[in-house]
Design a protein around this ligand. Structure first.
Ligand SMILES: *[C@@H]1O[C@H](CO)[C@@H](O)[C@H](O)[C@H]1NC(C)=O
Ligand SMILES: *[C@@H]1O[C@H](CO)[C@@H](O)[C@H](O)[C@H]1NC(C)=O
Ligand SMILES: *[C@@H]1O[C@H](CO)[C@@H](O)[C@H](O)[C@H]1NC(C)=O
Ligand SMILES: *[C@@H]1O[C@H](CO)[C@@H](O)[C@H](O)[C@H]1NC(C)=O
Ligand SMILES: *[C@@H]1O[C@H](CO)[C@@H](O)[C@H](O)[C@H]1NC(C)=O
Ligand SMILES: *[C@@H]1O[C@H](CO)[C@@H](O)[C@H](O)[C@H]1NC(C)=O
Ligand SMILES: *[C@@H]1O[C@H](CO)[C@@H](O)[C@H](O)[C@H]1NC(C)=O
Ligand SMILES: *[C@@H]1O[C@H](CO)[C@@H](O)[C@H](O)[C@H]1NC(C)=O
Ligand SMILES: *[C@@H]1O[C@H](CO)[C@@H](O)[C@H](O)[C@H]1NC(C)=O
Ligand SMILES: *[C@@H]1O[C@H](CO)[C@@H](O)[C@H](O)[C@H]1NC(C)=O
Ligand SMILES: *[C@@H]1O[C@H](CO)[C@@H](O)[C@H](O)[C@H]1NC(C)=O
Ligand SMILES: *[C@@H]1O[C@H](CO)[C@@H](O)[C@H](O)[C@H]1NC(C)=O
Length: 773
C-alpha cells in the first residue's frame, strides 16, 4: 500500500484520549494539511470557527490567469476569483507561509483569510462569490447567473469589499446580514495598492480592480502581498475528528490486517485520516473538495462500505443516519443536497420561490444544472421539494446496514437503538423511513423476477441521461439500463433485506425472508446474461487495431499480452439501450458485484480476470485502471465520446480501483480467510463456491489481483484524489498521469471521500503490508 506521508501533528491530548472514541459536538479540533493535485495547490483547515479549502493555481500552472478558490462546507459557500496579469509577463501568486487562518469580519460573518504574494501587477478577473454550485457553473460551463451578482462595497486604495447578498433567507429579521463577502486588503507590511473603479452605471456590474505592487528590485516579497478574506454568514458544521471517526489502534482484538490498517488513523498521524476527517461532519459526510463539499448519498454509502471496518459505530451511524434523514415519502433517497444561496435559485426555478433557501434534495444522479435548464420540473417535483430521478443511493443503503449490523463488530447490538431514532429532517423513526425504502426496492424488483427480460430491468428515471455512478450525460455510452444497478445493486439490496429479516431485526417490515430471497435469486441468475457481449477474435483484433490508431496509442500495446488473439472476447456491457441491445464498452463496474454480490458465478469471475488485463485489451494501465474502454465496440463513435478527456471515459477513478481491490479480496476470502491482508469482515456463503476447489482458476484470480495492485501502485500519489487521465509516450509505450482539466472543462477534486476506501484495504502483493503489521 502507498506509504502515507506522516506530518507529526500528534498532540499529547490526542494520545491520552485515543481510547474513548466519541463525537465531540461543542468544539472542533484543528486540522491543517495541504495537497498538490493537478495544476493546483490545495490548503485545508478546520478549527472551531470554520472549515475551509483554499486552492491556488500552482506556480507551474500553464494558464495565464491565477485562480483562487475558497470553499466552505458551511452552506456549500465560498468564492472563486481570478487574477489576471497586467502585462504580457506571466503572473505569479503564491500563498504566504502560515497566513491561511480562520477569520471573522463585519456583519457577523466568519470564514478564512490568507496573504497572497504577487510577483507582478494584476487585475481582478471574474469573481463568483457565494455558492460553490455557482462557482462550478462558471468553471465547468463558463456560465454566470446574473442572479448571483455581487456588488461593490466600501473601497479605498488599501481595501475593497465585494459583497454577495443572498437571494433570500429563512430569517427575515437578519436578512441584511445574510450573504458572503470577499475583502481584498493590504496588510501593514505591504506597499501594494488597489485602484478600484466602479462600473459607471450600476454597482451590480463588476468594478475594475487593479492590484499594483512594487517591482522586485524595489521591495521585499512581503511588500507585495495582498490579504484575501472570504467570509459568510452560513453556520459552520461540526466536524468529526479522527478519534471520533476511526477505531483506536489497540482497543479491540481485531485481525492482524485490521490492526495494520488502523495505524495512524485515530491519532491522525496518517494525513489521509485528517483528510477524511475534513470531509466528515456530525450531520453528514461530504463528497469531496472543492467541488463537492456537500452531501451526496451515493458517495457517502460507497465510501462507507469500504471504510466501514475501520470506523467507529458513531461515525458509521452518522453517515447512515444522514442518508435515512433525506428519504422521500416513497422511500427514494436524495442524491445531492443543494443548500444555501443555490437552493434559492433551484427553488425559484422549480416554481417554488416561497421555499426560499430551504435545502433542495436531488434524487437523481446528475447535475442540478441540467435539471434546472433542460427539464420541465413541475411535473417531477416530489413531496420533499425534489426532482426524483438515481437508483444508486436507494439500493446501497440496505447492503450498508446489513454489513454493519450483521458482519462487523461495531454494529453488534446497535439495531434497536438505531431503528428507534426519531428523524430530525422529517417525521417518523428511522424504522418507519427505512420500511418505505425496503418496500420500494422490493416492488421495483418484482416485475423482473416474474418475467426476466430487459424491459423489466430498472432504467433511468424519466427525462434523465444518467442514473448510476457515472453521472455525466455520456457516462453510460447513451445506454438506458445500467449494468451495476441491475446486476449488482438490485439483488444486493434484496439479499441484505433478506439477511436482516432472518436476523430478526426488520420485523417491522412485515416481509417473508424467503420470498425476498426468491426475487433476488432470479436477478442474480438472469440479469448478467442480458449484458453479455461476445466479439469474435477477427473482429476483436480489427477493432483493437483501429482503436489504438484513433486513440493515438501504439499497436505495441496489443503485443504485450501473449496468445489472446485466437480467442473470442467476452465481457459485460456498460449498459443496455432501451431496446435491450448492449452498449459494448468494457468497463470496471464488475467491481460492484464483487463487493456487494451474493453467488457471483465462475463465468462472472472469468470476466473479471479478462478485464484485469493490460489496456487496451483490458482496463489496466501502468498508472491505474481505466473505468471504460470502448476498444471492442462495434459503434466506433463511442471511441470519441468515452475518450481520455471524458469524465467517465478512459480515465482512472480511484474509488473504482478500491472497489475492485476490495471485491477481489472478498471473493477470494470465500475460499480461505486471510487475516493478514483482508481488513474487512465478510460472512462467507453457507456453501463454499464451487470454483474454490479449482486451484488453477483461483490462481488466475490471484494473478489478476496482483496485476490490479501493480497498476494501482503506478499512481500511488493520486489515489485519494477523484479522477485522473493519462498521457501516452509512444517511445516507451507507457502512460503517465495527466490532469483531466488539461483536456476538458472538468477538473478533479484533490480529495474525494470514496477514494479513501483505500484506508480499509491492504495491498496483498506488497511487502508494505507485512511492514505495516
Ligand atoms: C476556539 O479555539 C480557540 C483556540 O483554541 C479559543 O481561543 C477560542 O476561545 C475558541 N472559540 C470558541 C468559540 O470556542
Ligand atoms: C506542476 O508540478 C506538479 C508537481 O511537480 C505536477 O504534478 C504538475 O503536473 C505540474 N503541472 C504542470 C502544468 O506542469
Ligand atoms: C480604507 O478602508 C478601510 C476599510 O473600510 C479602512 O479601515 C481604512 O482606514 C481606509 N483607509 C484609508 C486610508 O482611508
Ligand atoms: C448607462 O446606462 C444607460 C441606460 O441604461 C446607457 O444608455 C448608457 O450607455 C450607460 N453608460 C455607460 C457608460 O455604460
Ligand atoms: C452581473 O451579471 C451580468 C449578467 O450575467 C454580468 O454581465 C455581470 O458581469 C455581472 N456582474 C458581476 C459583478 O458579476
Ligand atoms: C506595477 O505598476 C507600477 C506603476 O505602473 C510600477 O511602478 C511597478 O513597478 C509595477 N510593478 C511590477 C512588479 O512590475
Ligand atoms: C449570521 O448572522 C446572524 C445574525 O443574523 C449571527 O447570529 C450569526 O452569528 C452570523 N454568522 C455566522 C457565521 O453564522
Ligand atoms: C426569495 O427571493 C425570490 C426572488 O427575490 C422571491 O421571489 C421569493 O419570494 C423569496 N422567497 C422567500 C421565502 O423570501
Ligand atoms: C420519491 O422519489 C421516487 C424516485 O424518483 C419517485 O418515484 C417518487 O414518486 C417520489 N415520491 C413522491 C411522494 O414524490
Ligand atoms: C410532519 O407531520 C405533520 C403532521 O402530519 C405535518 O404537518 C408536517 O408537515 C410534517 N413534517 C414534515 C417535515 O414532513
Ligand atoms: C412497513 O410497511 C408495511 C407494508 O407497507 C406495513 O405493513 C408495516 O406496517 C410497515 N411498518 C412500519 C413500522 O411502518
Ligand atoms: C467474425 O465475425 C465476422 C462477422 O462479423 C465474420 O466475418 C468472421 O468470419 C468471424 N470470424 C471468426 C473467426 O469467426
Amino acid at each position: 500500500m502507498p506509504s502515507p506521508r506522516l506530518p507529526m501533528l500528534l498532540t499529547l491530548l490526542q494520545i491520552c484520549c485515543a481510547a474513548s472514541a466519541r463525537i465531540t459536538v461543542n468544539s472542533t479540533p484543528s486540522l491543517s494539511f495541504d495537497v498538490l493535485s493537478g495544476g493546483n495547490n490545495n490548503y485545508f483547515l478546520r478549527d472551531n470557527l470554520t472549515s475551509a479549502q483554499l486552492l491556488l493555481s500552482s506556480p507551474n500552472n500553464t494558464n495565464k490567469a491565477r485562480r483562487l478558490v475558497v470553499a466552505l462546507p458551511a452552506g456549500n459557500s465560498g468564492a472563486l476569483v481570478y487574477f489576471l496579469p497586467s502585462t504580457s509577463n506571466p503572473l505569479g501568486v503564491t500563498l504566504v507561509d502560515g497566513s491561511f487562518k480562520s477569520a471573522t469580519a463585519d456583519y457577523f460573518n466568519a470564514g478564512i483569510q490568507a496573504d497572497l504574494a504577487f510577483d507582478g501587477n494584476a487585475t481582478l478577473g471574474v469573481a463568483v462569490i457565494g455558492a460553490v454550485r455557482a462557482m462550478r457553473d462558471y468553471v465547468e460551463g463558463r456560465t454566470i447567473h446574473s442572479v448571483f451578482n455581487y456588488t461593490l462595497g466600501e473601497y479605498n486604495d488599501t481595501s475593497v469589499r465585494l459583497h454577495r447578498q443572498w437571494i433570500n433567507t429563512t430569517s427575515p429579521t437578519s436578512s441584511l446580514y445574510k450573504g458572503a463577502d470577499v475583502y481584498l486588503t493590504v496588510p501593514a507590511e505591504s506597499s501594494a495598492r488597489l485602484v478600484v473603479t466602479p462600473a459607471k452605471n450600476d454597482t451590480r456590474n463588476p468594478p475594475a480592480v487593479d492590484i499594483v505592487v512594487p517591482s522586485a528590485a524595489d521591495a521585499e516579497a512581503s511588500a507585495r502581498t495582498l490579504r484575501v478574506t472570504v467570509v459568510t454568514n452560513e453556520t459552520s458544521l461540526t466536524g468529526l475528528d479522527t478519534q471520533a471517526l476511526f477505531l483506536p489502534e489497540n482497543e479491540r482484538d481485531g485481525t492482524r490486517a485490521l490492526e495494520t490498517a488502523l495505524q495512524g488513523l485515530a491519532d491522525g498521524t496518517n494525513v489521509a485520516a485528517q483528510q477524511v476527517s475534513f470531509l466528515t461532519y456530525v450531520d453528514k459526510f461530504t463528497a469531496g473538495g472543492w467541488r463537492f463539499l456537500t452531501y451526496f448519498g451515493r458517495d457517502s454509502l460507497i465510501a462507507l462500505r469500504l471504510l466501514m471496518p475501520t470506523l467507529t459505530s458513531e461515525a458509521i451511524e452518522s453517515a447512515l443516519g444522514a442518508v435515512i434523514e433525506r428519504a422521500n415519502s416513497t422511500g427514494a433517497f436524495c442524491h445531492e443536497e443543494t443548500i444555501g444561496d443555490y437552493a434559492s435559485l433551484v427553488n425559484m426555478g422549480n416554481g417554488h420561490p416561497e421555499l426560499g433557501n430551504q435545502p433542495y434534495y436531488d434524487y437523481k444522479a446528475c447535475s442540478t444544472f441540467n435539471v434546472l435548464f433542460h427539464v420541465d420540473l413541475t411535473s417531477l417535483l416530489d413531496d420533499r421539494h425534489c426532482v426524483t430521478l438515481t437508483q444508486v443511493s436507494d439500493l446501497l443503503l440496505l447492503p450498508a446496514l446489513s454489513h454493519y449490523f450483521l458482519e462487523l463488530p461495531q454494529g453488534k447490538k446497535r439495531t434497536a437503538r438505531f431503528f428507534k431514532k426519531t428523524a430530525l429532517l422529517q417525521n417518523g423513526t428511522y424504522a418507519e423511513i427505512l420500511n418505505r425504502t425496503i418496500h420500494y426496492n422490493l416492488q421495483r424488483a418484482i416485475p423482473f423476477s416474474q418475467s426476466p427480460k430487459a424491459s423489466n430491468l430498472i432504467g433511468l428515471r424519466p427525462g434523465q441521461s444518467a442514473g448510476n455512478w457515472r453521472d455525466s450525460n455520456q457516462g453510460l455510452g447513451h445506454g438506458f439500463y445500467p449494468f451495476d444497478v441491475n446486476t449488482a445493486l438490485v439483488p444486493a439490496s434484496l439479499r441484505a433485506t433478506q439477511h436482516l429479516l432472518e436476523a430478526g431485526v426488520l420485523d417491522f417490515a412485515r416481509l417473508n425472508a424467503s420470498e425476498v430471497a426468491a426475487v433476488a435469486s432470479v436477478w442474480e441468475a438472469q440479469a448478467p446474461a442480458l449484458f453479455d457481449v461476445t466479439v469474435n477474435s477477427t473482429n476483436a483484433e480489427a477493432r483493437l487495431k483501429n482503436f489504438v490508431s484513433v486513440a493515438g496509442l501504439s499497436t505495441a500495446l496489443l503485443n504485450s499480452t501473449s496468445n489472446t488473439t485466437t480467442a473470442n472476447v467476452s465481457f459485460y456491457a456498460l449498459s443496455l439501450k432501451k431496446d435491450g441491445t448492449p452498449v459494448e464498452v468494457l468497463n470496471s463496474d464488475l467491481s460492484f458485484n464483487l463487493v456487494y454480490g451474493a453467488n457471483v458465478s465462475r463465468v462472472f469471475l472469468q470476466h473479471v480476470v479478462d478485464a484485469l488485463q493490460p489496456y487496451p485489451r483490458g482496463l489496466l494501465t501502468n498508472i491505474g485502471m481505466v473505468v471504460a474502454n470502448p476498444a471492442y465496440d462495434s459503434d466506433t463513435s463511442l471511441i470519441g465520446v468515452l475518450n481520455r478527456a471524458a469524465y467517465h471515459g478512459t480515465v482512472v477513478w480511484s474509488f473504482q480501483q478500491g472497489l475492485m481491490a476490495s471485491g477481489l479480496a472478498r471473493q477470494l476470502g470465500f475460499c480461505s480467510q486471510d487475516n493478514v491482508t483482508t481488513v474487512d469482515t465478510n460472512t462467507p456463503p453457507s456453501q463454499t463456491p464451487e470454483w474454490c476447489s479449482d486451484t488453477a482458476f483461483v490462481q488466475s484470480l490471484r494473478d489478476a489481483q496482483t496485476r490490479l495492485w501493480t497498476s494501482i501502485r503506478g499512481a500511488e500519489d493520486e489515489i485519494y484524489s477523484e479522477v485522473w487521465s493519462y498521457s501516452f509516450d509512444n517511445a516507451t509505450n507507457t502512460f503517465s498521469v495527466a490532469d483531466l482539466a488539461s483536456f476538458s472543462g472538468t477538473e478533479s477534486d484533490a480529495i474525494q471521500l470514496w477514494s479513501y476506501g483505500f484506508l480499509g484495504l491492504l495491498d496483498p502483493s506488497s511487502d508494505d503490508c507485512a511492514d505495516r503489521g
